[in-house]
Design a protein. Sequence first.
Lengths: 120, 252
Amino acid sequence: MENKLDGNAAAGTLQEIFPFEMTLAQVTCTGCGTTNVIGATAAYMHGMGTIVRCPVCDIPCSSAWCMPGDATGWICGACVSSRSAWRPRLSSWFLCLVVKSAKVGSYTLSVRQEPLKEGG
Amino acid sequence: MERRTLPGRLTWQLGEVVTTQPETARTKSITLIVPNWMGHQAGQHVDVRLTAADGYQAERSYSIASPPEEAPRVTLTVERLDDGEVSPYLTEELRVGDKLELRGPIGGYFVWEAQMGGPLLLVAGGSGIVPLIAMLRHRAAAGGSVATRLLDSSRSYADIIYRDELDRLVKNTTMLEVVHTLTRAQPPGWTGYHRRIDPEMLREVAWSSDQRPLTFICGPTPFVETAAASLVTLGHDPARIKTERFGPTGEA
């Protein structure tokens, strides 16, 4: 069953891959232009992995499930580009995470990390 | 796993259980000493991993209940879900002296530190109180007097997690108000709220929108959505409302 949580819920999985706290990283939706930190997005937790979607347009991104073989890692239409030849067709901004592989090194991170401490 | 370890990347470590404390019939606090604990902020969580004899692993996230000031002691409060894979073990099998595999602290979004100020509005549904009690404990430990209101929704009086401690905090610290609502059963003579949270209740309890409170809402998904939507309807700035939903996936 799909369970809607906050992007914050994906923090552990993200930090397993990226060597810093990710929930304050800022991302912009390529669908509607909304900018949010990952912690404020909507996360859908499945047995297969975790999808983080724009909380405003929330467009389903079923194409993300077509992962070839055991190529796992992080794919994101907006903020992470993969150097691998295979790319899903992305209809909207989303982050798709199908967890745990050493292939992580082949992805490039281009998000901006916000300072950890926020003003009140 | 021969994966390179990068600084900052999460790694699993072992904590040793030093105390356990029943909070309600369904919840228990587990305090661990985690030798390499790097410190945390109130509101953060950890992932806990159990490994069965056959190698099967189950992983769940639990909010940290203890304030940063108690490190390297880390307390989790776990609600037992009858059909869960992890919480029955944590609440019923785990004993003092046992080791538990965990990683963290995790998350930098749903956190509050005393210098972030307020006024602070905390809205808890059931065990959603756990990261919020960490904020209240941190607030008390830091000697802060940030004006704070907690709206705490529980099924019954006996289901109020940290009930006595909340009473003590109200008595012993300044500028803290705690309002309970009991959604299913109320003790005789109960004069407080006895319904699920709704916009009317939030209008009465929350700071007004022009006071621009910093709001943290934690609870089951429908609870959080009702609370957040109500506050936005009341004119609160969505950018100052932080939410943490939990749901069955954590334990499905």
